[in-house]
Structures are given as C-alpha cells and as structure tokens.
Unconditional design. Structure first.
Length: 454
C-alpha cells in the first residue's frame, strides 16, 4: 500500500534544517529557497529500476515538487562524476558498486539506500523482503504438488542466500528435500556480460542429477534464464520434469524465455514511493523510524515454466513434453504413441492415472491454450489463429473453443485482447464476465501494470 500522505511531517519553522552526515552525526545547514535538489542514482535499463522511478515520481506528484537529477544508466555503471561534487539536498541510490560508499560518505547529505551497499554508514535501507520472496516461490511450487526442490542462486550474496534459506526452510518443514546448487559466488557484473555461459555445463550436470520431477527456484530472472538454457542442454523437459521460477518479473526477459518464465513480482513501485517519503523526512531533519524497511513481493505471475502439476510418471512426462512442443503442429494420438513407443491401451491408462484425462483431451487443451494466447496478445485473423493453433478449420476451432471455455472467439478477444486492436462484433448470446474490472486494490493494479507495461 502507498504511504499515507499524513505521515509527511509539517515544515519546520525557521530557515534552518538538520542534515545527517553519513556517520550518524548531525550538522546544521541553511535551507535553500525553492524545491529540494535530489540525485537519483537508479538504473533506467531494467524494468525494476524504471518502476522504482515511477514510485518516486508518484510521491513527488502527491507532495511538494523536487528538482531531480538523474540520467540513463545501468546497474553496474560507475558513480556519476558529478555526484562527487554534489551540493544538493538528498540522494536515493541503487548503485551496485562499492565505490558508492566513499562518494556518499563525502557528501554529508541525507541518503536512502536501495541496494544494500551502504551498511555500517548509518544510512537507512529500503529493500525487498528476501525471506518472503523465498517463501512465496516455495508455496507456488508446493501448490503444483512438487515434492523435490532445488535452488540456483549466487552463493555468498546476502540477498540470494536469504532467499535460498527461506525457500529451503519452507519445503523442508513439510518433510521434503531441497538441493542447493553448489556453485561459488560469481561477480554478477561479469555474469551479466555473458561469462555465465562458462558455468552452463556445471549447472546442466547438476540439474541432470536431480531426482525428477523437481521444482527449482532461481534467485532472479537472469539466473532463471540461465537455468532454462541449462535444462535444454541437459535434455530436461520444462516444466514436465523440472519447473523453474525466477524473481523480478521482468516482462521482456520472462516472455522471451523458452519456455516463458514464471516469476515472483517485486513491488518496486512501493519501494520507490517509500524511498521518496523517507528521504523527504530526512531532508526535513527527522530521523528514520527504523534502519531497514523490507517490502514484500506482490505475488507470482505464472507462465509456462511452472504451469503444470508435477508428473512423477516418466512415460506421461515424456508424452506431455512432446504434446507441449507439437500440439499446434496438428499431431494426433498416434503421433504421441509413436514418440513414446508404448501401446495405446497402456499409455491411456498412464494418462488416466496421472492426469485423470485422455491424451486427446490434453492435445485439445494445449491448442485451446494457444488460441487464448493469440486472441489476447495479437490481432491475427481467426483463420491465421486456427493455422497457428493446429486446427484445420476455423469453424471447428470456434465450436471447440466455445464448448471448452464458454466464450465465443469475438467476446474473448474483446474482453482480454490488446486495447489497440479493433474490437470484433459481440455475440449477444455470450454474456462474458465484466466483474473482473471492478474493485482493484493498489497491489492488484500494480501487478497488472507490471505484467503489461514494465
């Protein structure tokens, strides 16, 4: 939830204000006329950083204006040269480099840290609740009936270790096992520059040795992309043999992943808003109420990498992997039998036991899922959608879609599709459901925005 505007203190009387130096000592400085000058050392290259900036902007709009100084930057860019001689009124920083410590220590202005880089300097920290993140990821996989778990992170980095500890504790408390990837701590900057490929064989070997099916948490979305690539290298089907969930909710990365990556959504907007509110109080001479504020995650966006119930039957898992890959290529039950090399009677029995469904139903559901996706995310014609979803005739696709979902194609697109698409004529016999647009709370609205615009 947003910080209530009433928490903002009234302006102190007189022309003087207090500034808290980095070591905790206070000093008195004359208040400048005009809006406070604030430096934002926050990356613009990630959706997380941009959502932080949006939260800061929201606080500024609701309160008195600031004169903001910031520029385009990535997470690991060096400290801006101008900051070393900064004579402004406050700083909010997410710089992920050690050099920021000395620069901040020398400014003597109020600072809010968003990246756990300034410990020991008496500077307040606003951070993600890493324990809550790990717990939420574990609960997501537990709901999918996984009983074997793994974690791939950056050992030695406190934020990654804390997520791992809570993830492992949550599943172990229920009597399940959790294997932690034994990789050493790597320099995150070098990993993001591509040297992580050198580690791929080790991760693939580790994944290959895990009991299946397994649910694995990656410490962040970037690690999740690496983990998915390692699964392909090891010949491990995702999500049939291994389900993977990341952290961060970067829409572009998660959607471009193969398969699309499920992710814990961080509340960057609230972090930014709270950081601005805290800095405002610090610039007015108040002390931080607590040295550290932890922001819980918003929830999980489920994509294909975890969109499954754990399948312990290896025959069914193999068949399901084939169906997911080829359902929209026009395959039928005979093609699945040929791939698995099992008799129809035997495989149907395995499907009924494991999934309580037939092979034919699973194939059709995979195609219907693809139709939903294309209706919602593209402006393709019905004929083109039928071809891409594995239906020979659009009329048959329309009939099956209505039988399986209760929606006509036109109403589904008008209710769920891109807002820029031309609306299709509605079928008045299909009432649809408009209740989902009413009564959004702030976290739901923020989560919806992070899915579509981040």
């Amino acid at each position: 939830m947003r910080t209530n505007r009433q928490t903002r203190a009234p302006k102190p009387e007189g022309p003087m204000r207090r500034r808290k130096a980095s070591g905790g000592a206070e000093r008195i400085g004359a208040r400048r006329s005009g809006p406070p000058r604030v430096a934002l050392i926050i990356e613009t290259s990630t959706s997380f950083g941009r959502r932080l900036l949006c939260g800061i902007a929201a606080y500024i709009r609701e309160n008195a204006p600031w004169s903001v100084y910031f520029g385009e930057r990535s997470v690991y860019d060096p400290v801006p040269s101008w900051l070393k001689k900064w004579t402004g009124d406050g700083i909010i920083t997410r710089a992920a480099i050690p050099e920021i410590r000395q620069v901040v220590a020398n400014t003597g202005v109020p600072v809010v840290d968003l990246n756990e880089q300034l410990g020991g300097l008496g500077i307040p920290l606003i951070t993600n609740d890493h324990a809550a993140i790990g717990r939420l990821a574990a609960e997501h996989l537990l709901k999918r009936r996984f009983t074997r778990f793994g974690y791939v992170g950056h050992a030695g980095y406190p934020w990654s270790d804390r997520r791992c500890q809570e993830f492992a504790r949550t599943v172990r408390d229920l009597g399940y096992t959790c294997e932690e990837y034994p990789g050493k701590a790597e320099d995150l900057r070098s990993l993001r520059q591509g040297s992580w490929e050198m580690e791929m064989d080790r991760i693939a070997s580790w994944i290959g040795g895990l009991p299946k099916p397994a649910g694995i948490m990656a410490s962040d979305d970037f690690r999740g992309l690496q983990l998915l690539a390692a699964c392909r290298l090891a010949g491990v089907a995702v999500p049939e043999q291994t389900a993977v969930i990341g952290v961060g909710g970067d829409d572009v990365s998660c959607e471009l992943a193969n398969p699309p990556l499920s992710s814990v959504i961080l509340n960057a907007w609230r972090m930014g808003y709270e950081a601005a509110a805290l800095l405002d109080r610090l610039m007015r001479g108040e002390a931080a109420a607590v040295p550290e504020l932890r922001i819980p995650p918003l929830g999980v966006v489920t994509r294909q990498s975890t969109d499954i119930t754990a399948i312990a039957d290896p025959l069914v898992a193999k068949a399901m992997s084939f169906i997911r890959e080829h359902a929209c290529d026009g395959i039928n039950v005979e093609d699945v039998l040929e791939h698995v090399s099992v008799s129809r009677t035997a495989l149907q029995h395995h499907f009924r036991t494991a999934l309580r469904s037939s092979m034919h139903d699973v194939i059709v559901e995979a195609r219907i899922s693809r139709v939903r996706e294309l209706l919602a995310q593209t402006t393709l014609s019905v004929q083109d959608i039928a071809e891409r979803a594995g239906f020979k005739h659009p009329e048959y696709m329309s009939t099956v879609f209505k039988q399986r979902t209760g929606w006509t194609l036109a109403r589904y697109r008008n209710e769920h599709g891109q807002r820029t698409a031309e609306p299709l004529p509605l079928d008045s016999s299909d009432p649809g459901d408009t209740s989902r647009y009413a009564g959004f709370s702030l976290p739901e609205a923020a989560l919806r925005t992070s899915r579509s615009t981040s």
